[in-house]
Design a protein around this ligand. Structure first.
Ligand code: SME
Length: 160
């Protein structure tokens, strides 16, 4: 139905510009959180190269529960403060991890994962979910990725 994918020549800045606009267009006016997370997970998988997992964990009764994603089946429940996702959710702060083997308590859902970016989605001062991106490449994510996904999280905050 929709194909927003950027061309092969697109810069990282272009990719995030287009990703954020596509996510904005697809979720605007839609109140169903699952539908919105599912479409955004699909966009993340389409737009961002070198990922082995991209999706959401939702805050449900004080723990993170798996949400819509693209990739292999993953851990279903993550306690706050545990692993990269649990730390991002507990602190309400982005975690950019160049080498997951160096991150104390990292949860290896997929042994191939080497680097990870987790951005909390914050609504009315509370973390409602996290966006988790995993890559099989070391140091796949940088400050441009962080800024792009944080912008995405801001747009989604009232829609998921
Ligand atoms: N590696 C994550 C767990 C989630 S998955 O990789 C999909 C973590 O340590 O939080």
């Amino acid at each position: 139905m929709y194909d927003f994918r950027p061309g092969a020549e697109a810069s990282k800045a272009d990719i995030y510009e287009q990703l954020v606009s596509a996510a904005d267009a697809l979720t605007e006016g839609e109140s169903d959180a699952v539908a919105n997370m599912a479409n955004v997970a699909a966009l993340l998988g389409d737009f961002l190269p070198d990922l082995n997992w991209a999706g959401f964990y939702r805050m449900v009764e004080g723990e993170l529960v798996l949400g819509p994603f693209v990739g292999r089946p993953a851990c279903i429940r993550i306690a706050l403060g545990t692993g990269v996702c649990g730390v991002a959710a507990e602190r309400g702060e982005t975690q950019l991890v160049e080498d997951v083997h160096e991150f104390p308590g990292h949860i290896a859902c997929d042994a191939e994962t080497r680097s990870e970016l987790v951005v909390p989605v914050i609504r009315d001062g509370s973390v409602v979910s996290v966006i988790d991106l995993d890559s099989p490449n070391l140091a796949r994510f940088d400050e441009e990725d962080r800024a792009g996904i944080e912008r995405l999280a801001e747009i989604l905050a009232a829609r998921i």
